[in-house]
Design a protein around this ligand. Sequence first.
Ligand code: MN
Length: 129
Amino acid sequence: MTRPTVLLVEDNPVNLELAKDVLENYGFEVLSATNGLEALEAAEKAPPRLILMDLQLPVMSGIAVIERLKANELTAHIPIVAVTAFAMSTDETRARAAGCVGFITKPINTREFPQQVNKFLDMEVQKTT
Ligand code: MN
């Protein structure tokens, strides 16, 4: 069974590949973007069920990308989970204020990562039923 599509936004190729591999092995359909503009385009073109957003991105910050996704009626409904190495409470506060449903800390734990992602998908399903 194919699991839902997740859009992974991550500028570090090693981190991106690792997260992609783990999620694909678990059965997720994974789309990826390495900067904010790519993320906005990908989310508009084929809205995923969930977006995993690195907050430390070049050019446009993850927070700015989240704000733009939430301001766009085509993408506002997509739940976004912030993924960051700097799990500082100020980051979390800003990410939640911008509309994130949750947080995952980097480096990811490859054994727990798919379940963490699933948990956020389940939360969204419960909200709409
Ligand atoms: Mn980054």
